[in-house]
Design a protein around this ligand. Structure first.
Ligand SMILES: Cc1cc2nc3c(=O)[nH]c(=O)nc-3n(C[C@H](O)[C@H](O)[C@H](O)COP(=O)(O)OP(=O)(O)OC[C@H]3O[C@@H](n4cnc5c(N)ncnc54)[C@H](O)[C@@H]3O)c2cc1C
Length: 335
């Protein structure tokens, strides 16, 4: 399999941050992945994994090798009364969701229009409209980066949390995700409790109708990275203790709060940023999006330092006003 040299990745990340990879490979089979990992180990190349580049902050240069798993197959398998989708890491997530929904299968429809590859979906346990990947995942196949050994993790072993998993923690540097198994249903199981989703749908919607409604809402709210470079939500929604949330609520009675039932309350990062008057705030080549405060956009000509400087300004203003710390959602990739 070809290993390319000096590959420009500025169009391989949705923030359009300038980045050149010293080497780049896109293995299409497990054998190819194992062989390029063995080559990297033998020659001492640092390995960086990349999917669709929709959740990364890339540096100007990545030395070693960037590997984008490109296993593009998926298939359905019935086991007893249950139906499972086996999905290669290189399958586009949104396309998969729409194909499953069009086939009348329930499970992933609320996660429509999330960019990126299926292989990256477990890393931050993608979530939207009241559903997380953890709700539908059955197992994840991984390849050990040093031995090439293939093994399966069941859902519990993935340690999924809010925008979190073992792939950001103990296994962050150790494995490549090569395949997912998703649990689907032919029986209606619509989850319409989030936002105004229900009001846009008939009483008994199909999974395709739900997916289309989710796409319509997202297109209204979020800038399309093809038109204006961005990485979706730039900050995670912060958690505070219930007591801190109550105190803030007294000062800001209309502040959105989501009690978790475990002594913690989730706050809406976008609301906090908006209250600081930052919608549309521009710093150099970057800005807080004018309609969606959670999204930082890149007008072109900037680099990662510039983006991080804007992120710092936003975090400092939120901390000064609310005493709440914001954490970036995209992964900071080191060169
Ligand atoms: C407009 C927009 C909207 C978004 N909306 C949402 C949303 O609603 N909910 C949500 O959760 N996210 C959202 N995101 C974030 C992003 O789409 C998801 O996190 C997505 O899963 C990232 O996929 P990717 O292929 O682009 O991953 P990348 O950005 O390429 O990589 C992300 C991380 O995963 C690692 N990785 C990639 N592939 C593998 C692999 N095969 N094995 C192991 N590690 C790997 C990378 O090293 C990196 O650390 C949005 C992003 C954008 C731009």
């Amino acid at each position: 399999m070809a290993v390319q040299r000096e590959v420009d990745l500025s169009h391989a990340n949705t923030l359009r941050l300038p980045c050149v990879a010293e080497r780049y490979a896109a293995p299409r089979t497990l054998n190819q992945l194992q062989s390029v990992l063995a080559q990297a180990n033998r020659l001492g190349w640092a390995v960086t994994l990349l999917g669709g580049g929709s959740n990364v902050l890339l540096p100007a240069r990545l030395s070693g090798i960037v590997i984008r798993p490109a296993f593009a197959q998926w298939w359905l398998k019935a086991e007893g009364n249950q139906l499972f989708a086996h999905v290669g890491a290189g399958v586009n997530w949104h396309r998969l969701v729409m194909e499953l929904a069009a086939a009348g299968l329930w499970g992933t429809e609320n996660l429509a229009l999330i960019p990126g590859d299926c292989g990256a979906a477990p890393v931050q346990n993608i979530g939207a409209y009241g559903v997380e990947l953890a709700d539908v995942i059955e197992a994840v196949q991984v390849v050990d980066r040093s031995s090439g050994h293939v093994r399966w993790l069941n859902r519990d072993a993935c340690q999924f949390g809010y925008r979190d998993s073992i792939f950001k923690g103990a296994l962050a540097e150790n494995v490549v995700i090569s395949q997912l198994v998703l649990r689907l249903s032919r029986l209606p199981m619509a989850k319409l409790g989030y936002g105004d989703l229900a009001s846009r749908l008939p009483e008994s919607p199909t999974p395709l109708a739900v997916a289309n409604a989710v796409c319509a809402i997202r297109r209204e709210k979020l800038p399309d990275p093809e038109e204006l470079a961005n990485a979706g939500s730039f900050f995670k929604n912060p958690f505070v203790t219930d007591q801190v949330a109550d105190e803030l609520r007294q000062q800001y009675p209309d502040m959105p709060c989501f009690p978790q039932g475990d002594g913690r309350t989730k706050l809406a990062a976008g609301w906090l940023i908006d209250q600081c008057g930052l919608k549309g705030f521009r710093q150099g080549a970057f800005a807080v999006h004018q309609r969606q405060a959670l999204v930082l956009v890149h007008f072109g000509g900037g680099n990662r330092q510039g983006l991080l400087a804007l992120a710092r300004t936003v975090s400092e203003k939120v901390a000064a006003r609310f005493g709440v710390t914001l954490t970036p959602e995209p992964r900071l990739i080191t060169g």
